[in-house]
Each structure stands twice: as C-alpha cells, then as structure tokens.
Design a protein around this ligand. Structure first.
Ligand SMILES: Nc1ccn([C@@H]2O[C@H](COP(=O)(O)OP(=O)(O)OP(=O)(O)O)[C@@H](O)[C@H]2O)c(=O)n1
Ligand SMILES: C[C@](O)(CO)[C@H](O)COP(=O)(O)O
Length: 217
C-alpha cells in the first residue's frame, strides 16, 4: 500500500493573504482540494494524511462539506516546521511506499506521481525534478560567482521513499538546511533517485504563482 502525506500545515506568510494559500480558490476550487483529488485519482487505494494548522482544521472540514468531497483521508495537526508536520503524519503511516507532497502543488501530473512511486518501489526513492532554465550564480562573501547550470536541477514533490528509508531519516533532528525530505534522507545515508517532474507542478508561494496556476488550468 502507498501512503501519501499532503503537507498543508503552514500559514503562507509569503502569500500575504488572510486566508492561508492552501485554501485559496483556484478557478473556483480550493487549492488543497485540487491536490487531494490528484492523489486520489493516481491511487484510490492509498492511505492519505493531510497536515493542517490546528486553527484551520474546522475550516477544512467545512470546505469538505461545501464541495461534497468524500475522498477518505486523515487530518494530522501540523507542527512548527514542515519537518514537524511530516513527522507527525509519519508516526501513523503504514504504507510500504510513502510519498510526501506539498498541499500547495495542485498541478502535479499523474505521470509525475506514478514516476515517483515507481522510483521508490524499484530504487528506494523517487524525487521529481526539472532542469534549470536560467543561469545560476552562487552568493559568496565577495559578491557572487557563476555556476555550471547542467550540474543543478530544481526539485519538486511528491518525494517518494520506501517507508524504511523515510522513517529512518526522520529519526534525525531538524536543522535549517533541511528544506525537503530528500535532504533529510540523504543526510541519513540514503541515495536519492531523481525522476522527471512536470513544469506545471509549481509550488504556490507568492501571489503571482496563483496567476500562473490559473493559466495552467
Ligand atoms: N509547519 C509547516 C509548514 C509548512 N507546511 C506545508 O508545507 C508546504 C510547503 O511549505 P511552504 O510553501 O513554505 O508553505 P508555508 O510555510 O505555508 O509558506 P510560508 O513559508 O510563506 O509561510 C505547504 O503546503 C505548507 O502548508 C506544513 O505542513 N507545516
Ligand atoms: C519541499 C519543496 O517544495 C521542494 O522544492 C521545498 O523545498 C519547500 O520549500 P519551502 O521554503 O518550505 O516552501
């Protein structure tokens, strides 16, 4: 069985909206609901957890009623960092493959989800990425220096792992360089197997991302 942990336990400071970005309407439907629907479509038998800020759990339940959503899932109270939210859900996860996905990436394709699961099944991990299109510079104490672009990729979610690998990684403590699950798995000695992501799979972070996401629908 697959487990999907959909993280929506943040409050979206960079969006500067009173309503957390995961609940904003994207072409008439809440962002998080669109994300949940994608994962249910990819695997209707999966165990699904959604992490939410404590203060917004009632609101999510109201949205489920309003939009007649009957997709089975369990709500998990989020923590201070994304790491804490994932860790809370991980304690209840019973799947052999576990995928962690940002609730604010509603445009992930079924192809990407399936490639990540296949990577985790065959090689222990499946992490979606895309090549960078722009030039990259590194900020240095002196100013900046150019980088070899082909040596870098941009990393998306869902990041899927064998349960054993991910649970072992989450025994490590949080530190600020841990920006995703792959960095934690790597720190614990795991190998990261990259798969192809999809261009539409943007992380809704600032207001312009809502406009971009709308244009993709
Ligand atoms: N304590 C946290 C922080 C983040 N997330 C979730 O992880 C995903 C990626 O995080 P990000 O885009 O940084 O969301 P926020 O933390 O809400 O945004 P910001 O950093 O602008 O406040 C989001 O779906 C967010 O809700 C979470 O589950 N628990
Ligand atoms: C997990 C992630 O979406 C992979 O690209 C990203 O690292 C999240 O970063 P954030 O700063 O927590 O939004």
């Amino acid at each position: 069985m697959n487990t999907f942990i959909i993280t929506a336990g943040g409050i979206g400071k960079r969006m500067e909206s009173d309503l957390p970005k995961q609940f904003l309407l994207l072409k008439g439907k809440p962002v998080l609901l669109r994300t949940l629907e994608r994962f249910y479509e990819a695997d209707p038998t999966a165990q699904i957890f959604i992490t939410l800020p404590n203060d917004w759990i009632d609101y999510w339940n109201e949205l489920l009623s309003k939009y007649h959503c009957q997709i089975p899932h369990e709500i998990i109270a989020g923590g201070i960092e994304r790491y804490d939210s994932v860790n809370n859900a991980l304690k209840k996860s019973t799947g052999t493959i576990i995928g962690v996905h940002d609730g604010v990436r509603p445009l992930v394709s079924l192809k990407t989800i399936k490639a990540c699961i296949a990577g985790a099944t065959q090689k222990g991990s499946g992490v979606p990425c895309l090549p960078a299109k722009e030039s990259i510079r590194k900020i240095t104490p002196e100013g900046s220096s150019s980088c070899i672009r082909r040596e870098y990729v941009l990393v998306q979610t869902p990041q899927c792992f064998s349960a054993e690998l991910l649970k072992k990684a989450y025994q490590l403590p949080y530190h600020s360089a841990i920006t995703d699950d792959a960095s934690l798995v790597e720190e614990s000695g795991g190998i990261i197997h990259l798969v192809e992501g999809n261009e539409e799979n943007i992380k809704i972070t600032t207001p312009v991302d809502m406009k971009m996401a709308e244009s993709f629908l």
